[in-house]
Design a protein around this ligand. Structure first.
Ligand code: PRT
Ligand code: MG
Length: 211
């Protein structure tokens, strides 16, 4: 048996058509179902549905053989015990630095010295700015980062952007690009050895479905 870990929300919505093309259809509607483990049309494949940020953990400990995980989540997680096998080319967005419009007008990123940043991506933010020799005071949030500069919690945020509508609605503007993001197929290192044959066949089907 092979378990694939997915997360509710956008990754699930975009994963289902991809999995269908790979011949894997859940036996019940995962978008509405409250079940967390669901069998599929493939007799040897089960889907497990968890929080996006928990996918690397389930895969690392072998509770799932494969996972669909956002690159943003993977960058935040040290890669131990995981193989990043394949860019699934879904749930695409960008990780960026944003600040209020009125600051951006007279702000020059080349002069940044010490930044107060609110984000869910503490590790990635620290790594990004440390590499450029810029000091940061990072404030960890779990969501609604766009609010932080509006109420004086931080000067800037590091967050994901897709259409840019959320930034715009909150008077924020992108001032620096950190990374392009999409969901990746990840595998447990031990499963990759022990279940080599069935896993390889499944990965190959997913690879075809991405194309
Ligand atoms: O459960 P947990 O809190 O861990 O995750 P979650 O609730 O954030 O899950 P979900 O379903 O929202 O997103 C999971 C994954 O989707 C992320 O880890 C990314 O890999 C991917 N993804 C792709 C996005 C976006 N696009 C995205 N636009 N995740 C979040 N957003 C948010 C963004 O944070 C911002 O608030 O959407 C808003 C911006 O969208 P636009 O279109 O207005 O620019
Ligand atoms: Mg959410």
């Amino acid at each position: 048996m092979l378990n694939i870990a997915l997360s509710k929300g956008r990754i699930l919505e975009e994963s289902l058509p991809l999995l269908a093309r790979a011949g894997i259809d859940p036996v019940e509607n995962l978008v509405f179902s409250r079940k967390l483990v669901v069998a599929t049309s493939h007799p040897d494949v089960k889907l497990i549905v968890i929080r996006a940020s928990d996918v690397p953990t389930y895969v690392r400990y072998g509770a799932a053989d494969l996972g669909f995980a956002g690159k943003d989540v993977l960058m935040e997680y040290d890669g131990d015990g995981l193989y990043e096998l394949l860019d699934l080319n879904i749930a695409r967005c960008r990780l960026i630095v944003a600040e209020p419009n009125q600051h951006a007008a007279r702000d020059d990123p080349r002069r940044w010295a010490r930044l107060r940043i609110a984000t869910k991506y503490v590790e990635t933010t620290q790594r990004h700015f440390a590499a450029k020799g810029i000091q940061t005071d990072v404030i960890k949030l779990y969501g609604s980062m766009e609010l932080a500069p509006l109420v004086g919690l931080s000067d800037r945020i590091v967050d994901l952007v897709n259409t840019g509508k959320t930034l715009k609605a909150n008077g924020l503007v992108e001032v620096e690009h950190i990374a392009d993001i999409s969901a990746w197929l990840v595998a447990n290192r031990a499963s990759a050895k022990m279940k080599h044959k069935p896993l390889k066949a499944l990965v190959e089907k997913i690879r075809q479905a991405v194309r």
